[in-house]
Design a protein around this ligand. Structure first.
Ligand code: ADP
Ligand code: MG
Length: 629
């Protein structure tokens, strides 16, 4: 260490000049071209724009131009806006407690200007003429009056031209552009009343319809095939409102890329929301698969801290518990209502007219029913643009896959390296003309020793007996408590079970879950276990065979994926192995019991593997098919 007297100039504290400070801030705020797009578009939105056009050349490396029809700036403000911590959005530190705008740091424009050649043309309504400003590496080089429409255009050329280290890290123009396309897509989702256009090399890649309907933006951004398999989410608790769409369990992904969360209009990542979502899908998806979700949360600004990340891509809630339960409940409700039951209808027309709805149903049905854009709004959707945009997104996803570095429970699947793909979608069309409520259910009979046929007030139901029973058992296993523990049947003679090395490894790892599943199993020497009790649902004579089946499947799962079997997988496998098989003849009493138990399940529509349990044919569809309507 140097003594005080030897302190050289280099170690004395000085206040950095404005230019240096801006370039340091730029390092945090501007990582790549998409960061510039994000900051400029946020400014346009804060300025109240309803039309925003983003033009990109060379993935943003050559040029980024954002034009808006917002409030614009006076000449004075235009000059001020380029100074560090110049903002019109907050006045003092106390305003930080409740941020209502997307920007507030007053850092973006000066940061961007310090590492590019920037041109601004802006006109405020109070002024007769517009202002044109040119800035190079942070210094204003030209200032003049020009004719211009109200609003602001900002052109950023040669980004990072004076920071070669950053420049070196940029990826290909296509890759940089795909990041931009993804982000502009998010904006279009979050702001359905604003019209966004995105161009790359003069070619229009996205044009959002600004119909005010979220689903239309989703069709534009995620594509029609995905939009078709989404159910609407809508829920409110004091302090949180959740809206948006989540996928039916038939549509899953191998990672979280298609989970997009917005808080007060801002796309963010957040563990609380992600966890609540997982929780709502517990037992509905095969392990290692994730739902698609586009969720919009509105939280009073004083309850979210957006000032925890320089790029504002993370937030902190002070009402975490409420946020968690609002997300969980909203998604859970959407999944457990009829909206997720597939219907038998061949998907001819995208949308039949909804059936007449009784007034007491109208309220709830309007929430369950997923509206489909009508012909008029569909005209806004240009297939050519859609495909270019989807192409950009596909590239972004591919890249994201190679970048995945999530740690924790999910990380084990990254090795699988499978490209994002959809799980097979059942033939049936998920968008029912109306939902079928499960009231007044009555068993009619059994078909092919596989399906239980039933009727309900709204139509006919076909229930898959195996998956229905699987769901019932799974729910019982999940609820495991003292009562279920005492229900375990003692075997008169304990059974000794010798296993292979890999089998006993899996059993040892998951002994707790097997116990929870009702198998009273105890280790007894090397690779040998003693079975003293079995689940009450099993005949004692079946216990050993079924336990061996379960173990075999768990070993297979663990070998396939080289990992520890997830604990819920043990319950799912147990439920599957214990359930009535397809092909078993059921008598009336058994069928009645099955349906009765099924209706008590929290989610009678989808089995723990994600397969549908009930397929319905509504009275309305039936009458229509017979030309009675
Ligand atoms: P912040 O958004 O955090 O306030 P910025 O550096 O992004 O900081 O912008 C500085 C200021 O410039 C804003 O507060 C706003 O007053 C003004 N401004 C920037 N872009 C626009 C725009 N597109 N339209 C109108 N005003 C703008
Ligand atoms: Mg800003």
């Amino acid at each position: 260490m140097q003594s005080k007297s030897e302190t050289s100039d280099a170690s004395r504290i000085i206040i950095l000049d404005e230019h240096t400070a801006n370039r340091i801030a730029a390092g945090e705020v501007v990582e790549r071209p998409v960061s510039v797009v994000k900051e400029l578009v946020e400014n346009s939105l804060d300025a109240g724009a309803t039309q925003i056009t983003v033009s990109i050349e060379q993935g943003g490396k050559e040029l980024i131009k954002v034009t808006d029809n917002g409030c614009g700036m006076t000449r004075e403000d235009a000059i001020l806006s380029l100074q560090r911590h110049a903002t019109s959005k907050i006045r003092s530190a106390s305003d930080l407690k409740a941020i209502r705008t997307l920007g507030f740091r007053g850092e973006a424009l000066p940061s961007i200007a310090s590492i590019s050649i920037l041109e601004m043309i802006t006109k405020h309504e109070s002024q007769p003429a517009g202002t044109r400003l040119e800035v190079e590496a942070g210094s204003i080089t030209n200032l003049e009056s020009v004719g211009a429409p109200q609003g602001t255009t900002i052109i950023v050329r040669k980004l990072f031209f004076n920071t070669p280290a950053r420049l070196k890290f940029l990826k290909s123009a296509q890759t940089e552009f795909s990041h931009i396309a993804e982000y502009v897509g998010w904006f279009a989702l979050a702001w359905p009343t604003v019209s966004f256009r995105l161009l790359h090399g003069g070619r229009e890649v996205l044009s959002s319809p600004a119909t005010g309907q979220r689903l239309n933006s989703i069709v534009e951004v995620l594509g029609k095939d995905i939009a078709k398999q989404l159910v609407e989410v809508h829920y409110e608790l004091p302090g949180v409102r959740v809206e948006g769409f989540v996928s039916c369990p038939s549509l899953t992904r191998i990672n979280r890329r298609d989970q997009i969360f917005f808080v007060n209009g801002r796309p963010i990542r957040n563990k609380i929301i992600a966890h609540a979502l997982d929780y709502a899908y517990r037992g509905l998806l095969p392990s290692g698969r994730y739902p698609v979700a586009v969720l919009f949360l509105e939280v009073p600004p004083e309850l979210v801290d957006v000032n925890v990340h320089p790029a504002k891509s993370e937030v902190k809630f002070s009402n975490e518990q409420e946020v968690h339960s609002a997300v969980y409940r909203s998604v859970n409700m959407a999944l457990t209502t009829g909206a997720a039951i597939p219907t038998i209808s061949e998907h001819a027309e995208p949308l039949g007219k909804p059936a007449p709805i009784s007034s007491e149903q109208a309220d709830i049905t309007s929430k369950l029913f997923v509206p489909w854009p009508d012909a008029a709004t569909q005209q806004h959707i240009q297939p050519m643009n859609l495909s270019a945009f989807q192409e950009a997104l596909r590239r972004r996803r591919e890249q994201a896959l190679s970048e995945i570095s999530d740690v924790g429970e999910d990380s084990w699947q990254k090795g699988s390296g499978v490209p994002v793909e959809e799980s097979p979608v059942p033939e049936a069309d998920f968008i029912a003309p109306r939902t079928v409520a499960l009231t007044g259910v009555r068993v009619i009979g059994q078909a092919r020793n596989m399906y239980v046929l039933a009727e309900c007030d709204d139509g006919l139901l076909v229930i898959d007996q195996h998956v229905a029973h699987e769901r019932i058992l799974y729910d019982q296993l999940l609820r495991f408590d003292a009562e279920s523990r005492s229900a375990i049947q003692r075997l008169l003679t304990p059974i000794t079970i010798s296993l292979s090395a890999s089998e006993s490894t899996v059993v040892r790892q998951r002994l707790d879950m097997l116990n929870q599943a009702g198998f009273d199993l105890e280790e007894f020497g090397r690779d040998t276990f003693i079975l003293r009790g079995a689940p009450p649902q099993l005949k004692p004579s079946q216990a050993e065979a079924i336990l061996r089946d379960i173990i075999a499947e768990l070993v297979e799962l663990s070998v396939e994926r080289h990992l520890i079997v997830r604990s819920d997988q043990v319950l799912i496998t147990t439920a599957c192995k214990m359930a009535i098989k397809a092909g078993e003849k059921l008598d009336d009493r058994e069928m009645k019991q099955l349906v009765e138990d099924l209706l008590k399940c929290e989610n009678p529509f989808v089995c723990p593997h994600g397969r549908p349990i009930i397929v319905s044919l509504s009275n309305w569809e039936l009458d229509r098919k017979f030309k009675r309507t």
